[in-house]
Design a binder for this molecule. Structure first.
Ligand code: ADP
Ligand code: ZN
Length: 433
């Protein structure tokens, strides 16, 4: 089944003509109306007139996450506040988060993208989708929510947490699909077993739409067998709108709708465009976004692309599983965490300072854990347990506020953590996917 066969099966040549038309329109609009893009293009000595073919996208300068940070909160927006109907907020690299604004057509496009994707995962009317992504400032919950409603499925907006209740509801309301992070679904499976419930035998669950964090084919096989479901990958970032693109029935890569996004894979060091099949940094131009357009946005995710027509009949390009990051971003319980945010927070606490700390990430019972070893400043070192407990609580509290993820803090004596000559290596990630 296809949500919109006319678009999803559009011949590649026709897609490229459409992409060129959209790109040209976008570049002209931004050159005329956005001071940011106008200046960027001037600096790069490109004018909208220089864009005469789709390949000319390569003449345009790239954007990075730091452009969003430097223009916090809304200086990259190209719609006025009155035109916006929603904001979402995601983690930024240091103290300030990234704010994303949406016009009504932006939300419509996001919903359409997911309507196509969820249909390609075999879902539709009659399905009951439990949305166990976080609702609120994050994009996952509300994104999937509207996508699932659009295809006529029944949404159970259960959000994250309260796992035992989620399993009861899954049984009582007969959920056929769930959207959440892959690690949360594994956790749910284990909690269910403790309750004496087998997701495979005692529930109607048949589809998982899983993403927001890296996972592997090995995890997919395991989940499909153990839980008796088809496990599909969903990919996106808040800068694109949120989770937007999914696998199809073939499970051979995530289809990226070419009428919405123009993708390139670049060599992260040279910025050169890489051919199909070669791994590099995914770079996306959002062709139709109104409020927060993106031209050649270098997302930081490493993958390769494949433009061959898929067995499912969809002609839109696919990307492979995300293989890693070009930066040091960590994803903990589906939430982006940058070591620079941690450093920034610690720097504001005089008892510890941000110079010496170690980040240890692990996965216990399928839930990510974050442990921070933090050196006390010599002045703050005390042999009174109460003083140390108070500092520890303060550090944990500040970090929770800054990261949106709980971290366990272990205070250590001044001078006890490793020192680095050259590039510091502060992260130990013990997770096996
Ligand atoms: P979201 O709310 O969709 O997680 P964020 O902007 O907070 O959006 O995070 C986006 C990042 O999450 C991506 O750049 C990527 O690193 C990671 N991510 C999202 N989906 C996947 C996926 N299916 N596989 C691997 N990584 C993913
Ligand atoms: Zn396909």
């Amino acid at each position: 089944m296809k949500w919109d066969p006319r678009i999803e099966e559009m011949p590649v040549e026709e897609q490229k003509r459409q992409q060129y038309r959209l790109l040209k329109t976008l570049v002209c609009r931004l050159y005329a109306f956005s001071p940011f893009y106008h200046n960027r293009m001037k600096e790069a000595k490109v004018h909208p007139d220089d864009i005469g073919s789709l390949a000319d996208v390569q003449k345009l300068p790239c954007m990075f996450k730091r452009d969003l940070r430097d223009n916090y909160p809304d200086r990259l927006f190209t719609a006025s506040q009155e035109e916006l109907v929603r904001y979402h907020v995601s983690s930024g690299t240091t103290g300030k988060p990234t704010v994303v604004g949406y016009t009504a057509p932006d939300l419509e496009q996001w919903t359409t993208s997911l309507a196509r994707g969820l249909t390609s995962c075999g879902l539709g009317r009659g399905d009951i989708m439990q949305v166990s992504y976080g609702y609120g400032l994050f994009t996952g919950g509300l994104g999937l929510h509207y996508g699932a409603e659009r295809i006529g499925a029944t949404v159970l907006p259960s959000s994250v947490g309260n796992t035992e209740r989620q399993i009861e509801l899954m049984q009582d309301l007969h959920s056929t699909a769930i959207a959440c992070t892959p690690s949360y679904l594994l956790h749910m499976g284990e909690v269910a077993e403790k309750m004496g419930v087998s997701i495979k035998n005692d529930t109607d669950l048949k589809v998982g739409v899983l993403g927001a964090e890296p996972w592997s084919e090995r995890m997919r096989d395991h989940m499909q067998q153990w839980l008796g479901i088809k496990a599909y990958n969903i990919y996106g970032t808040s800068e694109l709108s949120g989770p937007m693109f999914t696998d199809c029935s073939e499970q051979q890569g995530v289809h990226i709708w070419s009428d919405m996004a123009l993708i390139e894979v670049l060599d992260p060091d040279t910025g050169e465009v890489l051919p199909n099949g070669e791994k590099g940094e995914l770079t996306i131009t959002m062709l139709q976004k109104e409020a927060l357009p993106m031209i050649r946005y270098r997302i930081g995710d490493i993958t390769s692309m494949d433009e061959s027509v898929c067995v499912c009949g969809r002609t839109h390009p696919r990307i492979d599983r995300i293989q890693g990051r070009v930066d040091d971003m960590l994803i903990i319980r589906g939430i982006n965490v940058f070591p620079s945010q941690i450093e920034h927070t610690l720097l504001s606490i005089p008892e510890v300072g941000g110079q010496n700390f170690m980040i240890i990430v692990d996965r216990k019972k399928n839930l990510d854990t974050l442990l921070l070893q933090v050196e006390l400043q010599s002045g703050a070192f005390s042999d009174k347990i109460n003083d140390l407990m108070a500092i520890r609580r303060k550090v944990e509290y500040r970090l929770k506020n800054a990261l949106n993820v709980a971290a366990e803090v272990e205070l250590v004596e001044p001078g006890s953590l490793p020192r680095f000559e050259g590039k510091s290596k502060r992260v130990i990630d013990k997770r096996v996917l």
